[in-house]
Design a protein around this ligand. Sequence first.
Ligand code: 9MR
Length: 376
Amino acid sequence: MDRKTLFPLLFAALFSGAAAPLAGQDAPLPPLKEAAKGKFLIGTAVNDWQMAHPDAPEARLISRHFNAIVAENCMKCQSIHPEEDRYDFRAADRVVRFGEENGMFVVGHCLIWHSQLAPWFCKDESGQPVSAEVLRRRMKEHIQTVVSRYRGRVKGWDVVNEALLEDGSYRRTPFYEILGEEFIPLAFRYAHEADPEAELYYNDYGMDVPGRRDAVVRLIRQLKSQGIRIDAVGMQGHMDLDYPTLERFEQSIRAFAAEGVKVMVTEWDMSALPFVTHSANISDTAAYRRGIDPYPDGLPDSVSRRWNGRMRQFYDLFVRHADVITRVNVWGLSDKDSWKNNFPVHGRHDYPLLFDRSLQPKPFVRRLLEEAAAGK
Ligand code: 9MR
């Protein structure tokens, strides 16, 4: 290339701020949301640090690639409503503002959950369980304060999280012990009153397990028969190299869709480490042993290939069901942020997300972007 051609190109690249490629260089890859366009929203969970540093590479990567976000922790009861007469909206406000500024679909996570529940919520002053009447009042006040603060801005809520067990029974949470099954329809009603436009979701892990799948189907039917709004079921999608099978995951997508709700993959990640437990219940932990943290310095090629291949298979499954799957949401941006590094064993080195510790896209993600660039 002669100077006459090179100089204007260099100028354009330096001063336009755009990633104009020089001749012979690869064109910049399109963002993930471009690859998912026309299929589903592509979202991620964000943490407080990322939202407090909007100019850092992490936040820029989030706004470049994703068109949906959900707060990983700061909208949970314990964070947003730590004492009965005190709310702390600071971190949640930042998430909602960031989402709006970047034209994203903002999801609220989560209104009623037994875990990360503020310690005061279900107890009286002497530490005894409150009455049904008091708990109903507290639930209503909590749900309606949080939902109405973000009315019209948070477009969908995980109203109830992880309330059903694998055998199809209700988890014995304080909500269930005090109110019985009624607590779920109540929570959905309260949320709907506070923002009639917002989408409302039931969210859980291990949704491929037939007992839980059937219980969720019963729940959808029950809510619908009572005229209560439920828009979608959130299948969390915490996976590993062997679990779950594509077949069972797909059966659940079909079963929920058959009930007339949308399906969302809400917390997608895939551990690359040896099996310890498939639970996403944070109390199910195990002790650290070197043997169950085999890749502290990086993933061997063979494991990486398996991981990427399996992620692609699930992505393709989601695409095949794009008529019912409206959002695919990963549970964190890069491997360095993932909860999986500390669960179910503290201090492991896991590789569950779409971007690696240097914020580079994993091979299967890069492939998706290349295909999008090629118009496939
Ligand atoms: O990723 C979250 C982690 O940072 C928290 O310590 C943990 C505490 O409960 O919650 C994690 O997110 C959970 C989500 O809110 C609900 N489904 C299971 C997720 C992983 O535990």
